[in-house]
Structure formats: structure tokens, C-alpha cells
Design a protein around this ligand. Structure first.
Ligand code: SPD
Length: 355
């Protein structure tokens, strides 16, 4: 067995998450460009448990070391290995004008300015509900993305379980949707939105506290054109958020949006999610924009499993947690699902670690 396969096998045994040879290669590629553990995780497109285990085993094998500033570096043996295996850096040729999103947030600079002004007083993210807000640039890009796909103007839009990002508020601020309904389990966020709507006289948007483990009332089923969400990435939570979102949609040709990371779920998990969407719910995935969503670091990081299993004590200093932006569209015969969820494993499982 070659050394990269051996490292992948041992890392899988130690972490309990699925890891293959290419994951080790990508990490060795990332280490040639970044020394900060959290930036390495991001660049290697790995979950924290996978990256932590791989780094620890590469250190045991004297291929990596951590210096006194907690930088992660290749040893001479590590440098020899990447040379022999032909493991190169991955050169990112993304468009700098839109940060690779395909949507420049400043295309509606007035919306961005108003949003930033309002969002400065937003409630802090809390650990209980796995909160962590995306940057204002991300939120506005989400809204402009909807507009670019014909999913904003005159549409009835439900934004569910994602209001730490204030996406529902930003949609409402455009005043272009016909109706906006915002659901979140966190009363602080709902009150925040309600106050803004009152102050600005926005009367086509409502916000209410809702736990997405509970089924929706009959009058919401089939009543919306678009849903937006950002689910925790356990199997149960993904189903509760996206399955329930699909149940809201009026007919074929309606759209759903959500973010999926590679920080709290792997490509193996994406495969399961995609099969569920395509085969069971009867929708088609029309867009996946890698690294569209950038999350600002959250204050509770030190209390998370991610902080405990990381090979360094240093907290993230820069954006390292990003997710792909998915758009799905209903096809004729799509399935609606609106059952209660009682699964305990809602926020955290073996791949997740940032809650
Ligand atoms: N706990 C880290 C912040 C997570 C915010 N939610 C991300 C959901 C991605 N689908």
C-alpha cells in the first residue's frame, strides 16, 4: 500500500469519518499554500475531523510539523514526498470582481448600504442553534442571485431557519417580492426583523418563531414560489429543512435555495443529499456555486468539537468556513414531505464539528 493510501486508511480509522487517498493529497497541496490550520481545512475542502486526523498522522510520520507559532509546515521528508508524488498547489483562478460567485454584490450598492446599516445591530450568533452568519456581501449576493434566476420579483418567498444571515430581511428590503415569510427558531432574530419591518413600513413581509422539526400548517403547503434555507448538515436536519421547503412549492418550475459546506459534511454526504433530492423528492439541481457563502467567525468557537479536535489551539483569524450555494427546481410529479422529525441527531454527527 502506498503511503498516501496508508495515511487515508489510518485517518479514517482514527476519526470515524470516510477519507480516501485524494483527501490526503489535497491536504498536502493546501499545506504548500497555507500554514494556518483553519485555512488548510478550507483549501483542502475537508471536514474538520478529517483534516485533523490527516494532519496528526502526517506529523506522526514526520511529514509535517507544527512550529512554535502553531503554523503547520512540511518537513524535509514531507517536501520530498510531495515532489515524488507530484502533488502541486491548486491555483485558484476565480474572478476577483465577484469573488467567484458570478454575482457582484455591488450591482445593487444601495441595497448593500441599507443592509449593512441595519445589520450592524443584529443579534450575536449563538451555539444552541448552530448559528454563524454569512458576510453582508454574501447575503446581498444571494438576493441578486435570486433576481438573476427570476425567483424574486412578484414571487411568494419563504425563508426558513436561516435568519442569522438576515437573508429574509434583505429579500424584504428590495420590496420586489410579492410576499416574504421568515421562520426561525430564535425569537431574537424574529423580533429584530419585525422591528425593522415596522420602522420601514414594509407590510408584505412577516416573521415568526418556528421549529422546523414540526410540520407546517396546511395553508402553507403548495403556497410559495421559492424557499431559501441554510440547513445544519445532519441527515435529519437536511431533510427537515429542504424536504419541508419543497412541500411549500406551488407547482413544477418553482425553486429552492440552500447552502452546503464541506466543513460539516463530506462529498459522501453530498452524494446522499443529492440522491434524496433527485430520486425521492423529484427535483433537479440547477446550480451549485462553490464557496459562494462566506461565514464570519463565531464567538463560541472555543466551545466546539472542532476546537477540541484541531491539532492547534489557535482560533480561526480569517474566513475559513464557506459553503456552496445550491439552487433546485421542482419537476412535474415532485414529492411534498411534511412529517414531524424527532431525531435527536439534528445539529451534530460524526462529520459535523462546528456546532
Ligand atoms: N456553527 C458554524 C456556523 C454554521 C452556520 N450554518 C451553516 C449551515 C450550512 N449549511
Amino acid at each position: 500500500m502506498d503511503i498516501l493510501t496508508e495515511v487515508a486508511k489510518k485517518a479514517q480509522e482514527d476519526s470515524g469519518v470516510r477519507i480516501h487517498r485524494r483527501n490526503v493529497e489535497r491536504l498536502l497541496s493546501a499545506v504548500q499554500q497555507e500554514q494556518d490550520f483553519w485555512k488548510i481545512v478550507d483549501r483542502a475542502d475537508l471536514t474538520v475531523p478529517a483534516a485533523s486526523s490527516i494532519v496528526k498522522i502526517l506529523i506522526e510520520k514526520n511529514l509535517l510539523f507544527i512550529d512554535d507559532k502553531e503554523n503547520i509546515l512540511l518537513t524535509q521528508a514531507g517536501r520530498d514526498l510531495v515532489e515524488e508524488e507530484g502533488i502541486h498547489i491548486i491555483q485558484d483562478h476565480k474572478c476577483n470582481a465577484c469573488d467567484g460567485r458570478g454575482i457582484p454584490f455591488y450591482d445593487d450598492i444601495e441595497l448593500y448600504r441599507i443592509f449593512v446599516q441595519i445589520a450592524k445591530d443584529r443579534p450575536e450568533p449563538i451555539q444552541d442553534y448552530d448559528q454563524g452568519a454569512v458576510t453582508p456581501e454574501t447575503t446581498i449576493s444571494r438576493v441578486l442571485f435570486l433576481d438573476s434566476r427570476g425567483d424574486l420579483r412578484g414571487k411568494e418567498i419563504m425563508v426558513m431557519g436561516a435568519e442569522d444571515d438576515l437573508t429574509g430581511l434583505a429579500v424584504a428590503l428590495t420590496r420586489k417580492a410579492k410576499r416574504v415569510v421568515i421562520l426561525d427558531i430564535d425569537e431574537r432574530l424574529i423580533e429584530f426583523d419585525k422591528n425593522v419591518f415596522k420602522e420601514l413600513g414594509i407590510d408584505n413581509a412577516e416573521a415568526m418563531v418556528w421549529d422546523l422539526r414540526n410540520p407546517f400548517p396546511e395553508e402553507w403547503i403548495g403556497a410559495f414560489d421559492v424557499f431559501i434555507t441554510d440547513p445544519p448538515e445532519t441527515i435529519a436536519a437536511f431533510k427537515a429543512f429542504t424536504g419541508r421547503g419543497i412541500s411549500l412549492l406551488k407547482r413544477e418550475g418553482c425553486a429552492g435555495y440552500f447552502g452546503l459546506t464541506l466543513r460539516d459534511s463530506s462529498l459522501f454526504r453530498w452524494h446522499n443529499f443529492q440522491k434524496e433530492l433527485v430520486s425521492n423528492f423529484g427535483v433537479v439541481i440547477t446550480d451549485i456555486v462553490k464557496d459562494f457563502n462566506h461565514y464570519m467567525n463565531w464567538q463560541y468557537h472555543e466551545k466546539t468539537k472542532a476546537a477540541k479536535i484541531a491539532p492547534v489551539k489557535r482560533s480561526p483569524r480569517d474566513i475559513w468556513y464557506r459553503s456552496a450555494w445550491y439552487r433546485i427546481e421542482t419537476l412535474p410529479g415532485f414529492k411534498r414531505w411534511n412529517e414531524p422529525i424527532s431525531d435527536e441527531v439534528f445539529y451534530l454527527d460524526e462529520e459535523g464539528s462546528t456546532t
